[in-house]
Design a protein around this ligand. Structure first.
Ligand code: IDC
Length: 535
């Protein structure tokens, strides 16, 4: 019989060349190029000894080569005992990487399941994210403490804050000699082994309650309480735009055209660039069917959003506004700054954008302008956010007297700053954002003080999870918050209307956007939010 050539197809080539299991021919833990006494020797040999990695066909390990995304995530998946999932790509790593994607270790846009990118070096920020989500999902780092350890913090995309700070706080990740994390650089195969082994050693030590990071004031413990029971759509109980017309602010209260108090409650989308399917007219009708009268369009500026594809984002936004109008919903245009923490960095783009929107929607009473989702990092109210707001408010006011929502530093939690030093003008409100698993009494008191100081507040984003969008949910803590909002007739939007595999998502994974939703399709977060639209 003719012998099949070994390296026939690219897939076979990779299988043979890479460091993965299934070819037990190689001697474990004795690579000629792993120097004895080197800093990584023990880590490499430990992983090799367990059969989690093997060397190349020529018996080498190549410690100084960059590790690819496919190699890194496969090793982590094997450490976590992840089972393969059916994959669309024929790449050798596809079944495990698809499973990792399904598990929420990384997102589609970071590494598409088509396989392009699997052979590219993985960035340090993504490697650390995958590792932490996979092996130490409960680890947390205190922002103030951990951020100070990164000299190149400004290079780190906000999307990776939580996992990077968790990795620093547990000692899994460390800076280089200059104290830099180098989030966008690759890492060598030797470094990858060390990183993975550090995470694994933490896994063994981990005993609940999680010992790392200082819990914030009023931080809620993990609860296992049952969430709200199944829901079914009700008659809309909140007045929509046809009933309330053009909104105005009277004192601290949002009011309708006649000056009567009105409370808006509804959902925020996830990033339009990622979950645009859930801002369709059907998705909005489904939300309105449970009693919502407002919908927030989270248009990320960074992270592949407006700043990198303004034309496409504006088109999505325009279609979504149309869908909101069809469904009689108020609609918030959210300039969703997040990784770009200082709104002043893109003030010119913001002024141009809001000027155009205000002109376009001058006669559309549905539209509300949210000009900076969450200023964060090294930003000041007096020097950055307030002057930014003054510019953008002036641009909007050339065309429209519509409601404008203004954020504050520390992810829109520092409302005491505008309370002491508000922006001048009419129909301005200030956003407060909270996540029930992270923020408690201290922020609640801050809210009450700001109201007492006369600050109009709008909770344009809150979650029943922790602040990183996962964990929990926290029904008891949510209840306390919602009662407080109700007591003060404060309007709100829940984060977020999508089916992502994270607890803040209101829909279970796989929920189709193109049909009505039963209560069963709502996640635990979704039940808490949809169940509260009626007050
Ligand atoms: C989170 C999403 C998550 C996404 C991440 C980065 O839930 O899927 O990967 O952003 O884009 C906010 C932000 C909001 C966050 C949310 C949860 O406004 O963009 O969404 N959050 O972390 N502030 C506090 C929490």
């Amino acid at each position: 019989m003719k012998k099949k050539p070994l390296l026939l197809r690219p897939a076979a080539l990779f299988l043979a060349l890479t460091l993965l299991l299934s070819a037990p021919a190689l001697a474990r833990g004795s690579f000629p190029d792993v120097e004895s006494g080197s800093w990584y020797e023990a880590d490499v040999n430990a992983l090799a000894g367990e059969g989690i990695l093997l060397g190349f066909e020529d018996g080498t390990f190549r410690p100084q080569d960059s590790i690819t995304a496919g190699q890194f995530i496969t090793i982590v998946a094997r450490c976590a005992g992840l089972e393969e999932a059916p994959a669309s790509s024929s790449h050798w790593a596809a079944p495990l990487l698809q499973a990792a994607l399904n598990a929420g270790w990384y997102d589609w846009d970071e590494l598409p399941p088509t396989g392009e990118g699997y052979e590219e070096p993985i960035t340090r920020q993504l490697a650390v994210k995958v590792l932490m989500k996979a092996l130490l999902p409960q680890a947390r780092g205190n922002f103030a403490v951990e951020a100070a350890k990164l000299n190149d913090l400004s290079a780190l995309n906000g999307r990776y804050y939580d996992t990077t700070f968790a990795a620093y706080s547990t000692g899994v990740a460390k800076g280089d000699h200059q104290g830099n994390f180098r989030p966008l650089s690759s890492l060598t195969r030797a470094e990858a082994c060390a990183l993975i082994q550090r995470a694994r050693s933490q896994m063994e030590e981990q005993t609940p309650p999680w010992p790392y990071g200082t819990p914030g004031p009023g931080e809620a413990p993990e609860t296992s309480q049952a969430p709200a029971e199944a829901l079914s759509p009700a008659e809309a109980i909140q007045g929509g735009v046809k009933e309330n017309g053009t909104l105005q602010v009277v004192g601290t209260q949002l009011c309708n055209e006649n000056g009567d108090p009105v409370v808006l409650r509804g959902m925020s989308s996830h990033g339009l660039q990622w979950y645009g399917q859930f801002v369709s007219s059907q998705a909005m009708a489904n939300t309105a069917a449970y009693g919502a009268n407002v919908f927030r369009l989270a248009m990320y500026t960074g992270e592949g959003g407006y700043l990198s594809q303004p034309g496409l984002m504006k088109e999505k936004l325009a279609n979504a506004v149309e869908a909101a109008v069809e469904n009689d919903l108020y609609v918030i245009l959210d300039w969703h700054i997040l990784s770009d923490g200082n709104p002043m960095d893109h003030v010119d783009e913001a002024v141009a954008f809001f000027s155009e929107m205000a002109e376009t929607y001058a006669d559309t009473p549905n539209v509300i302008y949210e000009i900076c989702n969450e200023p964060n990092g090294n930003v000041s109210w007096a020097k950055d956010v307030k002057p930014y707001a003054e510019k953008v408010v002036a641009a909007i006011r050339e065309h429209s007297d519509g409601i404008i929502l203004i954020g504050s530093p520390t992810w829109s939690q520092d409302i005491h700053l505008p309370a002491a030093d508000p922006v001048e003008g009419e129909n301005l409100m200030y956003t407060l954002h909270f996540y029930a698993g992270t923020h408690g009494k201290e922020l609640q008191e801050r809210l009450e003080n700001a109201l007492a100081d006369g600050l109009p507040v709008f909770v344009s984003e809150w979650g029943a999870s922790r602040a990183d969008g996962s964990g929990g949910v926290f029904p008891e803590e949510t209840k306390v918050w919602l009662e407080l909002l109700k007591e003060h007739s404060i309007s709100w939007c829940g984060w977020s209307l999508c089916d992502k595999n994270e607890t803040s998502a209101a829909l279970k994974p796989g929920t189709p956007p193109y049909k009505a939703w039963t209560g069963e399709e709502l996640s635990d977060s979704g039940k808490l939010m949809f169940g509260a639209f009626g007050g």
